[in-house]
Ligand binder design. Structure first.
Ligand code: HEM
Length: 130
């Protein structure tokens, strides 16, 4: 699966339903994490869920709805308001890895997803200048 053979990870993984489910499971984890839960908007968890879903859909080759609704992702800038150090990064990754492991078999799709999430979560740290 690659741009060259014309199949995006978005399609190979199962399209919109896959990413909706992935982020739904991810937020089950977030809601039960005492450190991360308070960082997310109490009154707009559905909105947060939608933003992450649409970002991932776009990132992996699906529809560009995220960009239409939110503009350029500027993810580092959007995370600046939050205190993200190694502990927050690891907790975030635990939630995401659990969701990925529940929805995928060992193999290429899982490896591609985690191969992105691990360094991206590190890049989102706000406790220093990279
Ligand atoms: C792979 C790494 C990550 C990706 C791809 C990612 C992606 C995103 C996206 C797309 C948004 C919504 C941006 C917007 O349109 O406003 C967001 C918001 C947020 N992220 Fe991350 N993030 C990552 C890592 C982290 C980490 C490590 C934390 C640690 C706490 C974190 C905490 C948050 C919080 C609190 C929000 C605000 C929720 C909201 O209202 O949308 N993120 N993230």
């Amino acid at each position: 699966m690659s741009e060259a053979d014309g199949v995006t990870l978005y399609e190979a993984a199962g399209g919109m339903p896959f990413f909706e489910r992935l982020v739904e499971l991810f937020y089950v984890g977030i809601k039960s994490d005492p450190v991360l839960r308070p960082m997310y908007p109490d009154d707009d968890m559905a909105g947060a869920q939608r933003r992450l879903t649409l970002f991932l859909v776009q990132f992996w080759g699906g529809p560009m709805t995220y960009m239409e609704e939110r503009g350029h992702p500027m993810l580092r800038a959007r995370h600046m308001p939050f205190p993200i150090g190694p502990d927050e990064r690891d907790r975030w990754l635990v939630c995401m890895a659990a969701a990925v492991e529940e929805l995928t078999e060992p193999g290429e799709i899982r490896d591609l997803l985690m191969g992105y999430f691990v360094p991206a979560a590190e890049a989102m740290r706000t406790d220093g200048f990279l």
